[in-house]
Design a protein around this ligand. Sequence first.
Ligand SMILES: Cc1ncc(COP(=O)(O)O)c(C=O)c1O
Ligand SMILES: N[C@@H](CCCC[NH3+])C(=O)O
Length: 420
Amino acid sequence: MQTDSSGQLTFEGAALNSLAAQFGTPLYVYSAQAIRSAYQSYAKACEGLADVTICYAIKANSNIHILKLLADEGAGFDLVSAGELARVLAAGGNPAKAVFAGVGKSVDEIEYALKAGVGCFNVESAAEMVRIGEVAQRLQIKANVSVRVNPDVDAKTHPYISTGLKENKFGVSMAAAPVVYAHAHQHPWLSVHGIDCHIGSQLTDASPYFDALDRVLALLDQLAAQGIVVNHLDLGGGIGIRYRDETPPKPADVLPKLIARVKTWATAQGRSMPSLSFEPGRSIVGNAGVLLTEVEFLKENEGKHFAIVDAAMNDLMRPAMYEAFHGVVAVKPNPTAQANTYDVVGPVCESGDWLARNRELAIEQGDVLAILSAGAYGQTMASNYNSRGRAAEVLVENGQARLIRRRETIEDLLRPEQDV
Ligand SMILES: Cc1ncc(COP(=O)(O)O)c(C=O)c1O
Ligand SMILES: N[C@@H](CCCC[NH3+])C(=O)O
């Protein structure tokens, strides 16, 4: 994001105020260049070090135009539902470079993924391994499987987005994993591909990755002693971004060291170097997107100032759900406005419908604000609560803006109930 000579905010060469006028608000705006360079920071960090696939976690931002952009860069995908797989296919992505995670894969989803040729299932329970084996046998299509293990490592992040502790629902415990592998190993329609581990999201400290890796490598030794050789490691996603003042590690700070540790282990064990994958989501798209919203009203209740805007918790759920901080700035200076400390709130009928609290802003009715770092877990977590249509999305590339999702209309909202 930059400021032009008149003080207006621009995003990859496009003035945000003009985009709001052209496409309306609320509006998600993404920078193609920022997404590409975030992806490349992963690809370059591993270059020449090992056989590595970067599987972008679709849940962060699943717009098919963004998936296409990433597929064109060479990304694989981490998906968690039939819907996300359909998006990969619609975007022209290669299903063989996709991994399918999630604790509750249905029979239909497994069947769809097998027929589409998904590269690997990251299996999260013994019962799921049995189910995948049954579906694979019925379809006579071999399923590649990794076990997603839960290493019981504290990722030191918000409790709602920590996934690698034993109290979390994700993955198979280290103690139970050998039995799950043994089932896959002896099954004629299952092929043991790798091991998977994802410990949480918005990590700002890299040390939990190394703790988790050490536990994973110890488990691989144990499996090898049982005659089960696992030659692929999927180390998940989770690297954080800056929302306020965080200093998360960069892929180049973490990935080469993780790869080096795997190499040292492989050499010591006299094994060939395993292939690897990572599943970043937030760090690819989070800082590449903003949510534009117009001020509907300014209001004061007994000295408390509210800026009521046209975006709401249904558009950006993170503040309501995690009390998450997102920066807020006016997209152009308003010299006649008086500065005040505002809570920026939406029109939804919930006290939890706030986007930002206690922000110093010099704004008037009709001004446009940018909610920053909204490219990840923004539109993908949006809902129709209060019967509000989802926002439109625009992708900016070299100053040119392209609509990549139209605004939902009232007809879109009513159709599933009228079509019965
Ligand atoms: C299995 C899995 N992989 C990858 C991710 C992506 O994580 P992040 O967006 O933090 O990189 C998630 C979400 O936390 C996940 O659950
Ligand atoms: N949705 C969360 C992250 C959860 C990641 C999914 N495993 C967020 O907005 O931060």
